[in-house]
Each structure stands twice: as C-alpha cells, then as structure tokens.
Design a protein around this ligand. Sequence first.
Ligand SMILES: Nc1ncnc2c1ncn2[C@@H]1O[C@H](COP(=O)(O)OP(=O)(O)OP(=O)(O)O)[C@@H](O)[C@H]1O
Ligand SMILES: [Mg+2]
Length: 255
Amino acid sequence: MIEIVDVKKSFGEQKVLRGVNLTISKGKTTVILGQSGCGKSVLLKVILRLLPLDEGKIIIDGEDTSDYSEREMMPIRRRIGMLFQGAALFDSMTVWENVAYPLLEHGKTDDFDEIDRRVMELLEFVGMEDAANKLPGELSGGMKKRVALARALVTNPDFIFYDEPTTGLDPITASRINQLIRRTQKKYHTTSVVVTHDMVSAMTVGDYFAFLHDGKIAFAGTREQLLSSEVPQLREFLAEAVPREYLERFLGAKR
Ligand SMILES: Nc1ncnc2c1ncn2[C@@H]1O[C@H](COP(=O)(O)OP(=O)(O)OP(=O)(O)O)[C@@H](O)[C@H]1O
Ligand SMILES: [Mg+2]
C-alpha cells in the first residue's frame, strides 16, 4: 500500500501538486486520470523520488520515505517497476540486454544462466521472445512498450507504475497492452498504478480511479462511483475523454 499525504510539488512559481491525498491499495490497480499537463507523471516521479518532494508524506507499506536520502530510496526503488511514458529503452542495447539491465545493475546475481532464464521468461510473457537480439530501433511502439514492461517486471517488483501505457498506440495494440496489464496483475499480484488519459484503457485495467485536477485529487473511488460522480470537472473530463459509443455501451450494460 502507498499512502500519499498532502503532497506538494512546485517548479519555481508553478504549483503542480497542491496537496495530493491518495491511498494506493495493495494488489489492486489504481488508475490516475487527468488532463495533459496536470501533474500525473510528476506524481509518479515524486513517489519514486526521481523528483524531490516539497511537502507532505509518502508512506510505502508503512515505511515513511518522505525524508529518505537517495541512498535510502534505493531499496524502495528496486521494489517499484516503472514503465516510463515513451518506453525509455536504451537504444544501443539489444532487447535482451535492456531487460537484463536491472539485474546486472543491481548485481543481485552474476549467474548468467539464471539471468537468461529470467529474461527469456519475461520476454515470453510479453510475447517478445523472438526479438531478444533486436535493437529498440527495429521495434514498433507497441513492441517497445512490451519490452519496457518485461524490463519493469524483471526484478519481481511489488509495485508497478505505468505512465501512459497505451498513448500513441492503435486500438488493437492498445488493447493488447491492456490485456497484458491485467495478466501481469493476475500472475504477479503487483500493486499497480496506471496513469492515463485513455478512458478505454482506464476502464479495462482499473479497480480504483482517481482524478487529478488543479493539483489535487478531485475524486477517488470505484468504477461505479466514477461513472456516477457529480464532480463537475470530472464529468467534463469524462464527456470529452470517453468515446460516446463506448460510454453508452458501458452504461447500457449497467442498467
Ligand atoms: N522537471 C521539470 N521541471 C520543470 N517543470 C516540469 C518538470 N516536470 C514537469 N514539469 C511541469 O509540470 C507540469 C505537469 O507535468 P506532467 O508531466 O506531470 O503532466 P502530465 O499530467 O503527466 O501530462 P501528460 O498527460 O501530457 O503526460 C507541466 O506543466 C510540466 O511542464
Ligand atoms: Mg505524463
């Protein structure tokens, strides 16, 4: 479980997070929704402390990490797999090397066979085992995301953060990624956070939903609560973000 308590983050004069309160439930997928530029990626980076925290508390499985140094954050970061917006693979490394990197970097094992087994197991899981020797430049956007997911999972993280996992993908590829997020949840029992403005993806993968607006969580709740929420900015966001026929189909099925 991750407890985010009154978290604030500014860049100079720009107040991006103005007191975010949110609890990420263990073993579930929490989707963070919000307009482009509202601070979703910043929130994930602050939890990982890739960006420093200005104010507030971040408590991870009961451990208050708010004042942790870079060094103290290392074991925490190892427990969190992160799928960066835009995959962020190393272009000069093969797919195999990209996925193996976190194992080699942390130096947990120097047993090559063990590393190879783990890398190939995950490449199979994401359906990329045939591309082990390819370079990222030879892959499509969806393939890169799948490799990035394999890399995020290779250290067996307790948590996984997905930043816009489906953005920029065609609907069929996006749907494959959504299925993969669900399968990851089922197979590895990770606590997941998915940041997205893709409502179809959100509805497919989410157990809980939070809406970030004006630097605060304007709504948090279940799928039913999300769809019946009276929060005006959320209603406006949903009206713009959800394909009409999808919403009608979804609401129709519920009636
Ligand atoms: N390292 C940084 N330095 C200065 N400003 C930043 C930095 N990172 C983010 N920002 C600013 O913080 C705001 C929120 O950015 P963020 O990337 O979190 O948005 P987002 O909600 O993830 O948007 P999108 O949906 O487009 O990815 C933006 O105005 C951005 O310019
Ligand atoms: Mg972002």
